[in-house]
Design a protein around this ligand. Structure first.
Ligand code: FES
Length: 88
């Protein structure tokens, strides 16, 4: 299933990035040397990252087994992103 249409990233590729240390949509994009474009995929990537951390991220120092609603504040320029989401 495609997660990011703009960059043709599917769920297996996103999962692979998460397994290799990505913890946010922005870090998934960095893993593939891409940048967010339309932003429509960011909520799904964020859910995948939170689910990954809740289920498999036992050694990560920034995440716990219980998903946190707002682990990181939105960046100062968050309003410039479409759909009200930021990739971090
Ligand atoms: S669908 Fe991912 S940036 Fe557009």
């Amino acid at each position: 299933m495609y997660v990011c249409i703009c960059h043709a990233l599917n769920d297996k590729q996103v999962t692979k990035a998460l397994e290799n240390g990505a913890r946010t949509p922005a870090s998934v994009f960095r893993h593939y040397e891409r940048q967010v474009q339309c932003g429509k995929c960011v909520p799904m990537m964020r859910e995948m990252a939170q689910s990954h951390c809740a289920n498999q991220c036992h050694s990560c120092s920034t995440h716990t087994a219980t998903p946190q609603p707002a682990l990181l504040p939105e960046p100062a320029n968050a309003e410039s992103f479409p759909y009200g989401v930021a990739a971090e």
